[in-house]
Design a protein around this ligand. Sequence first.
Ligand SMILES: [Zn+2]
Length: 303
Amino acid sequence: MAWFKKARKPIAPAKDKASRVPEGLWVKCPECSQIIYNKDLATNLSVCPKCAHHFRVNATERLKMLFDGEWVEHDADLVSTDPLGFTDTKPYKARLEASIAATGMKDAVVVASGVVDGIPAVVAAMEYGFIGGSMGVVVGEKITRAIERAIERRAPVIIVCCSGGARMMEGALSLMQMAKICGALARLDRARLPYISVLTDPTTGGVTASFAMLGDLNIGEPKALIGFAGPRVIEQTIRQKLPEGFQRSEFLLEKGMLDQVVDRREMKALISFALRFMGAKRAPATAPPPPPVEVAAEPAAQT
Ligand SMILES: [Zn+2]
């Protein structure tokens, strides 16, 4: 006989009671493990309030953060034609269709014009959720057209980079976009219009190797991964251990590859300040026109 006996049944865990916290209402910060209320995170521009970890945000969020209000999207219907008929683990066509269905976008960049702190500007924001934000023919064309549109309107260009690089499935055609966009940026420069590049996590490959690094001002977000080849490839090639923080914004700033590392919450203010410094003008206020001057009350000027 046992010395101790459980006199009562153990309290059964409430099995059937569903959790009162709906899923997706809270998010855990990967940096400091702080549990953050989703709405708080959104009002804080997806930056952890405790440790300032910058969560990834999509292209639409980027536009919302920069523009004062509404914006006009351009070339939203451009779609890749799969020029090589490419297939890797699955056909590129199927990959495109899946990404279009998942993001509601036709390719990995949104181009829009609107007003940034009173200054009319053209903004291109890349979408990492669309095949890793990779740059194919459509991304190249949309960004080039954005720059050309800016030249036409004498407006500054802001590109928010977030990309894994050139799109392998479009081969050499992707690589040509690097030269095409750089050519357009050269024309923007000749037109004496500013271009600000915002490098976010991650900016790599052909995007870093072309337009991302060509800004009149290259601004990085804190701790963003910015590089050309990945650290593993570099380590294997040079057979050396890479230093701490390699390919992060702060490291690049120290080495002179970036002009500034800016918290997302201060990004818009800094961009607006920089644009005004570079000569961009605020649009005339859309306030109602002044009341008509009463001519009759004025004595006629003596001649
Ligand atoms: Zn945190």
